[in-house]
Design a protein. Sequence first.
Length: 207
Amino acid sequence: MAVPPSSALLYFLLFVIAQFVLATASVNWHRFILCNESCGWLPRINLRRSLRYFLRAFIIVAMLTLVGILLGVVVIVLLMLFEKIIGSDTAGLIAGGVSTVIILVWMVALFLRFSVALPGAALDTLGLRAALRATRGQGWLFVTLSVIAVLVVFLGAIFNPLVALLPGVAWDVGFVAQLGVDFVVTMLGLSLLTTLYGVFVENRKLV
């Protein structure tokens, strides 16, 4: 649903608060796994670390969004030329779909490489450039992880619409189920980042 202009600021503030809460939970999870720092039922709130985590995530997303827009413009121009040369709209659509998938997988792989710096924000260690250096030479591994991540997020996103199609299922049941799926997907993502940091930065063994 479209957000009315009168509520736009409220929605934006709620979004920022939600992201900051997620950053705080992420910091606690990374420190629990990597530093064995337990915090009990209530999370420890370290404003400096949470703010740094939030800002790093924002920088990564903003930077990759800009790159994605630029690549999208280039691909659209090339596809228009391709369609004129080939003279087939179907071929252009196929080429556009393939190009979109390739760009998406590449950008998620790059996102994962940069995101190794997020546990670094929780542990007061490496930044974005150091994250790229630590993951250098592992392109195909991150492409594989990117494909898996895209599939997991896609399956999580379509879960609620699929449940809504089932006969006799109330919307609130589907909503609660979607919250559970979103929680699992989020924890898988945080665990993946924690593992990548442990393997590539701290040289830990997977088994």
